[in-house]
Design a protein around this ligand. Structure first.
Ligand code: NAP
Length: 178
């Protein structure tokens, strides 16, 4: 399953100066819980802002300026692939590789598109996701990077959970093309 996972405030704000505008440990914990053991796909700037591959996840980075240091194959173990970030020059290639890896190795793993704005925009406009996992941040913040202004009424809410500083919801994309 391809998921988009994101935290945004009431104005769809996601970033400021290359970082996340808030510090909410409970949301980071939820992000870790959802993505660990799975495949994450991110833009080069988000990867650089995290600063390292996140552990126990396959870290796919979309970039035209970074390159892999060696050839990437799908016939190696999940643990081996988690050791270093894997670069692709398009979101399609990153998704295709992930799906091939999951299928060939008969794995039960999800793909999470984890941002930033450039990658979210492409995934939303091309409908490359079956589920949206959104932390709706309760406070308003200032910043410079936004999630596309989608109308959530177009998606079917399947989970809602209230936390102190955010409400976590999952929405099904009924228009998923795959
Ligand atoms: N609140 C949240 O949930 C959340 C989540 C993630 C990120 N963020 C925030 O979002 C901000 C970063 O977002 P951003 O939009 O500036 O950057 P981004 O999407 O993380 O990365 C953009 C870069 O990714 C590569 N890229 C994107 N689309 C591509 C494509 N189709 N083909 C090839 N390369 C592609 C390019 O790298 P090259 O220039 O190397 O070619 C591009 O410069 C930060 O503030 C971050 O903290 C927030």
């Amino acid at each position: 399953m391809i998921n988009i996972i994101v935290a945004f405030d009431k104005n769809f704000l996601i970033g400021r100066d290359g970082k996340i505008p808030w510090n909410i440990p409970e949301d980071l914990h939820l992000f870790k819980e959802k993505t660990t053991g799975n495949i994450i796909i991110m833009g080069r700037k988000t990867f650089e802002s995290i600063g390292r591959p996140l552990p126990n996840r396959i870290n796919i980075v979309i970039s035209n300026t970074l390159k892999n240091s060696s050839q990437i194959k799908t016939d190696i173990s999940f643990e081996e692939l988690c050791k270093k970030e894997i670069i692709f020059s398009s979101l399609e290639e990153g998704i295709k590789f992930s799906e091939k890896f999951i299928e060939e190795n008969h794995l039960n793993k999800d793909i999470f598109i984890i941002g930033g704005a450039k990658i979210y925009n492409e995934a939303i406009s091309k409908e490359y996701f079956s589920k949206l996992c959104i932390s709706h941040i309760k406070n308003e913040f200032s910043g410079d990077t936004f999630f596309p202004k989608i109308d959530l009424k177009n998606y079917k809410k399947i989970i809602e959970k209230d936390f102190k500083e955010f409400i976590y919801c999952e929405y099904e994309n009924l228009f998923f093309k795959k």
